[in-house]
Design a protein around this ligand. Structure first.
Ligand code: ZN
Length: 330
């Protein structure tokens, strides 16, 4: 009898990328669904943690895309009234003032749109990257209530106050890393990984000149700071093939769509970003979808370097273990 081959197990890593990333990641995940590519694990940072959590919870992505198409600013952005702002800065000299907006509304927005409320109940394993301000360390959340841990990953410094969880304060994971590939790679028996990268990296004086010409230049300067690191997997191509550098050599597809700009407060123009990400992801992945699902090692991958395993049997599929400078809080 002929052996029926199981479809490849595919993990997805969703990068940081601000409001634009929320729409872009949604478009990308809808493209995977159209191509029949099942996702077996998700890791995300910032915008990627928001959309990743929604998807991992099992929420309907089509319904989610309708929600974000008509989201009102006050559902995720609730700065203090002017008088209170002035009082806190002028009279109270800014003591204890840690960001322009509270995160309660954004956390409630996440809760309303999740299909389940905890990491443990998710349909597929999910990790959200944040920075623990007290320890100055990277954190990969993998347990507990989803909504605050998704928003902790997306709480952009100065714009949002840090999110307090079990007595510790957390801020946007992009401060440390844009896309946490190692959160799921080498784990969960994955055969391949797709990284969807949506952060825009602008260098030097040109980046700064661009920032000061934009509406809300302060936010663009923050973006310059947050996205200053160029991740190892980027190649400036819409589609690139890599191998996991963390030990297992697993095939890795990197998608970097060319997306329209999105101006704060983000929601207007979002569906245009989502449609661009959807159509570009479809165009990039369609020629490889069959190989990806049946035998990802036949993808046009870079050659295996010394230290990288060549065969699936030799891969390092282990349970997630905290590495140096990284921890998994309860
Ligand atoms: Zn790996």
């Amino acid at each position: 009898m002929e052996e029926v081959k199981k479809p490849a197990r595919i993990g997805v890593v969703l990068s940081s990328g601000g409001g634009r990333g929320v729409y872009a990641h949604t478009g990308f995940l809808l493209a995977l669904r159209q191509l029949g590519i099942e996702v077996s694990a998700i890791a995300g940072c910032s915008a990627g943690a928001l959309v990743g959590g929604i998807a991992a919870s099992g929420a309907d992505l089509q319904q989610w895309s309708q929600v974000i198409a008509s989201v009102r600013t006050r559902e995720y952005w609730t700065p203090d009234p002017w008088l209170q702002f002035v009082w806190r800065l002028a009279v109270n000299k800014g003591r204890g003032y840690t960001g322009l907006s509270d995160t309660a509304a954004a956390i409630a927005f996440c809760r309303r749109n999740l299909a389940v409320q905890t990491f443990e109940e998710c349909r597929v394993p999910f990790y959200s990257l944040a920075m623990d301000l007290g320890r100055g360390a990277k954190v990969l959340f993998a347990a507990g209530e989803l909504a605050p841990r998704m928003m902790a990953s997306a709480a952009m410094p100065l714009l949002y106050r840090p999110v307090e969880i079990a007595g510790s304060l957390y801020t946007d994971g992009a401060v440390i890393e844009l896309a946490p590939t190692e959160a799921i790679c080498c784990k969960h028996n994955l055969d391949a990984l797709i990284v969807h990268h949506t952060s825009v990296h602008r260098e030097g004086g040109e980046g700064m000149a661009w920032a000061v010409r934009q509406p809300w230049s302060l936010i663009e300067i923050l973006n310059l700071l947050l996205y200053r690191h160029r991740p190892w997997y980027l190649s400036d191509q819409p589609l690139a093939f890599q191998r996991c550098p963390h030990g297992c050599g697993t095939p890795l597809i990197v998608l970097e769509c060319d997306l329209p700009e999105l101006v704060w407060p983000l929601n207007s123009g979002g569906p245009r970003v989502q449609a661009a990400a959807l159509s570009q992801s479809l165009a990039s992945l369609q020629p490889y979808a069959g190989i990806l699902m049946s035998d990802p090692h036949r993808l046009p991958l870079p050659r295996v370097s010394a230290g990288q395993a060549a065969t699936p049997a030799a891969r390092c599929n282990t349970a997630p273990e905290p590495e140096d400078g990284e921890h998994y809080p309860e």
